[in-house]
Design a protein around this ligand. Structure first.
Ligand code: FES
Length: 134
C-alpha cells in the first residue's frame, strides 16, 4: 500500500510547478546523481508561517514522491518547524525503508527548502543590520 502511495505521488505530484510570487526560491541537486530540484516558498505576512510551497525538477520516484509529500506537509508550518525537521520526518512520510544510498533522494526537497530558508533568513538579517546601521 505504501509503495502505491509513492507511485501515486510520483505520477501525480502535488504542488508541482512554480509559485507566482515566492518569498524565496532555492535550487539544489543530489550530488550522488546530479538530479536537481527547485523549491519555492511563500510566507504569510508574519514572515514566518509557510503559506505556499511548490517544487519543480527532475529526479527518481523516491525524490519526486518525497518532494510531493513534503511540500504538502510544510503548509501551515513555520520556518522554525522546517528547520527542526530531519531526514526521519521525510522517511516517515514515505512510509518505506530507504536504503542508505537513496536517503539523499528522499531528503532532497527538504534539504533544499532548509538551505533556502537559511539563506533567506541570513539575507533578511543582513538587510536589517544594514538598515539599522544607516
Ligand atoms: Fe537522482 Fe534519486 S537518483 S534523485
Amino acid at each position: 500500500m505504501y509503495r502505491q502511495q509513492i507511485l501515486d505521488h510520483y505520477k501525480n505530484p502535488r504542488n508541482y510547478g512554480e509559485l507566482d510570487d515566492p518569498s524565496f526560491t532555492h535550487v539544489g541537486e543530489n550530488p550522488m546523481c546530479g538530479d536537481a530540484l527547485r523549491v519555492d516558498i511563500k510566507l504569510a505576512d508574519d514572515d514566518e508561517t509557510i503559506e505556499g510551497v511548490s517544487f519543480k525538477g527532475d529526479g527518481c520516484a523516491i525524490s519526486q514522491a518525497a518532494a510531493s509529500m513534503f511540500s504538502g506537509e510544510l503548509r501551515g508550518k513555520t520556518l522554525e518547524d522546517l528547520d527542526a525537521m530531519d531526514r526521519d520526518d521525510v522517511i516517515d512520510l514515505l512510509g518505506v525503508d530507504i536504503s542508505p544510498v537513496r536517503v539523499k533522494c528522499a531528503v532532497l526537497a527538504e534539504k533544499i527548502a532548509q538551505d533556502g530558508a537559511s539563506i533567506y533568513r541570513g539575507e533578511k538579517e543582513e538587510m536589517e543590520k544594514t538598515t539599522t546601521e544607516e
